[in-house]
Ligand binder design. Structure first.
Ligand code: UD1
Ligand code: CA
Length: 475
């Protein structure tokens, strides 16, 4: 039956209370824009069609949705933000004729999952089921929410907080979660009848309840948890929802066998294998994947990084769009920039920066180096202070180091340049020409020792210093 259910996600509002230049639904919760979650939930629930109503700041929203969901999601434009009912009208225009049921979901409730949405529209699919279903919850503090008004137990209307009449209505703690399911035909009629008879002069989607009830159509409620229904209207709620989302994500990966210490942050797109260990203060972002037995130590920030089995990423490593091979070791204080690809058992030590560089199995650069646009063969050793001079001010060039080669400390490799397999570059060499395999390259001036010169030099310098001092005091 879900083939005939369309979801409409209402995401056109500005979100005034966010006080932001960014549309509210593009603010991030655990790394993903708020709007991502209801869209994903609707897809997970099995809705055949998902329409997102966009309006305020719609270019960024549409751009994100099309990049992320492609043609699985349609958008409809609400030109002026005249209320949630007007947004639903705009969404209905894009709903296909095949849709028998429509699920309406606020774009600002990121904690609602596919299972929750299924619970909301399931009653409609039952023979003799209701015509309209509203998700509700009993809130400890109902302030700001629309209240469910009942007569003889039956739902008759939803009243917005600002429009409440009398203490009786104010005392109602059963609130409207902003998620509804209805027959498409009924919804079309109800939306057509909306009028701006309220404190804000808007078209309220909530008025569809009174419309249905007044025509004797059965309106059901399904109760969802207050934590699931939390909406984002301001930055404080954004922080709360983010905290709840983090707790969920961490619980999920802990249940799956990963150890995650307190204070680590794991964003929504990350995957962890059993026996991965994430220490406190580590931040895992994007599509980072940490494999079995790997350790991501304190304070690391990894964005779109594949961490191989049993790899060790030591404290305060920063890495992005890179791969760390099995049993490799990185850091502390290493910086892997985009397209770094470390082979098995490779070592990258402290204050080493890599970019678009591939290290073969067991290759090492343990201290203070810049490896940009490089290919380093298996077992090669790059000494402290080595620089791959990859940029001539216009173009980037490649440094290629053969298997088992040894690059002495404080060498510069001026790319494009190749050091052959097993070759040896002496410390302090500026390599400007290719080095053949098994050769020694040495490019530095010979050292001269002048016996007894140091004390004479010091005496001279001291005398010179005194002269300058007395000149100064004469002035
Ligand atoms: C709404 C409900 C309220 C409910 C609460 C639950 C209405 C009138 N009120 O209030 O009963 O308790 O959600 O969270 O619906 N939107 C548009 N275009 C507009 C206006 C809003 O697309 O012109 C979208 C917003 O982007 C948002 C959703 O509709 O995703 C709800 O709007 P919002 O202003 O957040 O309504 P609330 O005051 O939270
Ligand atoms: Ca809201």
């Amino acid at each position: 039956m879900k083939e005939t259910t369309t979801a409409i996600i209402l995401a056109a509002g500005q979100g005034t209370r966010m006080k932001s230049a960014l549309p509210k639904v593009m603010h991030r919760v655990s790394g993903l824009p708020i709007v991502h979650y209801p869209v994903q939930a609707a897809l997970d629930a099995g809705c055949a069609e998902v329409v997102v109503v966009v309006g305020h700041g719609r270019d960024v929203v549409v751009d994100y949705l099309s990049r992320t969901f492609g043609d699985r999601v349609k958008t409809a434009v609400q030109v002026e933000q005249k209320g949630s009912g007007d947004a639903a009208r705009a969404g209905m225009v894009a709903v296909g004729a095949q849709a028998r049921h429509v699920l309406l979901v606020s774009g600002d409730v990121p904690l609602v999952g596919g299972d929750d949405l299924r619970v909301v529209f399931a009653p409609l699919e039952r023979a003799g089921g209701p015509s309209l279903v509203v998700a509700t919850c009993v809130a400890a503090d109902p302030a700001g929410y629309g209240r469910i008004l009942r007569k003889d137990g039956r739902v008759v209307a939803i009243r917005e907080h600002r429009d409440l009449q009398g203490d009786g209505e104010r005392a109602v703690r059963e609130i409207n979660a902003g998620i509804y399911a209805a027959g498409a035909a009924l919804l079309r009629d109800a939306l057509a009848a909306l009028a701006p008879n309220n404190a804000q002069g808007e078209l309220y989607l909530t008025d569809i309840i009174a419309f249905a009830a007044a025509r004797g159509r059965a309106v059901d409620t399904v109760q969802l948890g207050e934590d699931v229904l939390a909406g984002v209207n301001d930055r404080e709620q954004l922080a709360q929802v983010d905290r709840t989302m983090q707790a969920r994500i961490l619980r999920r990966w802990r249940t799956a066998g990963a150890t995650i210490r307190h204070g680590a942050r794991v964003e929504a797109g990350v995957t962890l294998e059993p026996d991965a260990t994430i220490e406190g203060g580590a931040v895992l972002r994007g599509a980072t994947h940490v494999r079995r037995g790997a350790v991501v130590d304190v304070g690391c920030v990894l964005t779109d990084v594949d961490v191989g089995e049993d790899a060790l990423v030591r404290p305060y490593t920063v890495a992005a769009s890179s791969r760390i091979g099995a049993r490799a070791q990185v850091g502390p204080f290493a910086h892997l920039r985009s397209d770094s690809d470390l082979g098995e058992e490779a070592h990258i030590g402290n204050f080493v920066e890599t970019k678009k560089t591939r290290l073969g199995k067991g290759a090492k650069a343990n201290h203070l180096a810049y490896l940009g646009d490089g290919v380093v063969g298996a077992g090669a050793n790059v000494g402290a202070g080595t620089i791959f001079c990859n940029y001539d001010g216009f173009r980037k060039h490649t440094t290629t180091i053969g298997e088992g080669a040894f690059i002495g400390s404080d060498s510069q490799l001026v790319a494009p340049v190749t050091v052959g397999a097993g070759a040896y570059v002496a410390t302090g060499t500026t390599v400007t020409q290719d080095v053949p395999a098994d050769a020694l390259a040495i490019g530095r001036t010979r050292q001269v020792n002048k016996e007894g010169y140091a004390s004479r030099l010091k005496a001279q310098l001291k005398a010179h210093g005194k002269e300058k001092e007395s000149e100064g005091s004469k002035k």
